[in-house]
Design a protein around this ligand. Structure first.
Ligand code: MN
Length: 294
């Protein structure tokens, strides 16, 4: 906490997710926000898709999305239920299951595919996951593509005071415990479990964008408003902490980051700083410069 300020980040508003749509044949998601709507306000976060628990019957056909490109940002996939398998043109890839995270740097341009794992498809069962897009500064948009698999066992699970629950630190730090993700700009990404009837005060840097998605349960925010499943709480950047009080057992995905004060121009899978760069990205992809999947 920052003694200089010592004030709460005001709750700006509770934002509701828009309707459900399918990404490929594997991901029934709600668009919580995207770069065209809240990209500036929630910088450095560009897009958040939430696949609430959805039952898949046992099957034999591949489920997910085939080869497609990205450029200019990072995609972060958090698996809660089910199992996913990714593969990309930089040679990166891997399988993630409940509690695991995949952090892919599209950077200069990448082609990847995102599928349910073959075993999960065969077995069937509920899928619950989140995909978050994190912007890169102009100078990092040409970074070499990269891939980090962050397994559950590598992600510190830090207890909240008063046995109120736990914070899984995917990126950044909580209570001095650092998360395993390497990020280009300062980011805290936490998976927070708060027990029914308990509350917590959460510290964040003054000036950062701070927001959270309610995955399960219901929580009272700063003692003011209630946020339920699928709601996104958006805070003012000024201030250095928020409070949450759980009415039922609650799980939150907490996102906090230093804003990137640069223009955001996005089209489909590319997010750059100008229209000319978007045009260039489409040309590069069509010329095969973002690589191919074997
Ligand atoms: Mn993708």
């Amino acid at each position: 906490m920052n003694g200089k300020n010592g004030i709460m980040k005001k709750l700006q508003r509770i934002h509701q997710s828009s309707g459900k749509h399918w990404v490929g044949n594997g991901f029934p998601v709600r668009s919580v926000f995207d770069y065209n709507g809240l990209g500036r306000e929630l910088s450095p976060f560009l897009l958040l898709d939430y696949a609430a628990p959805h039952p898949f019957p046992p099957g034999s056909e591949k489920r997910g999305v085939g080869a497609h490109p990205h450029k200019g940002f990072e995609t972060v996939t958090v698996a809660y239920q089910g199992e996913l398998e990714h593969r990309d043109s930089s040679g990166g890839g891997g399988k993630i299951g409940p509690g695991d995270v995949q952090w892919m740097t599209a950077g200069n341009g990448i082609v990847h595919e995102e599928f349910h794992s073959a075993e999960f498809t065969r077995r069937g069962g509920p899928l619950q996951m989140v995909q978050l897009w994190v912007n890169l500064r102009a100078k990092d948009k040409s970074a070499k593509p990269g891939y980090q698999t962050l397994l559950k066992g590598q992600i510190p699970n830090v207890p909240l005071p008063d046995e109120a629950g736990t914070v899984r630190v995917i990126a950044g730090a909580y209570a001095g415990k650092k998360g395993p993700a390497q990020t280009f700009t300062p980011i805290n990404l936490w998976d927070l479990d708060l027990k029914a009837g308990k509350s917590a005060e959460l510290p964040f840097p003054d000036g950062h964008t701070t927001t959270f998605l309610v995955l399960n349960g219901e929580v009272k925010v700063n003692g003011e408003k209630t946020a339920g499943e699928g709601d996104l709480a958006i805070f003012e950047r000024t201030g250095d902490r928020i409070t949450v009080a759980a009415r039922t057992d609650t799980r939150l995905l907490v996102m906090d980051g230093e804003p990137i004060p640069e223009p955001i121009v996005g089209h489909g899978p590319f997010v750059m700083n100008s229209r000319a760069e978007i045009q260039q990205a489409f040309e590069d992809y069509q010329l095969g410069k973002m690589g191919e999947l074997d």
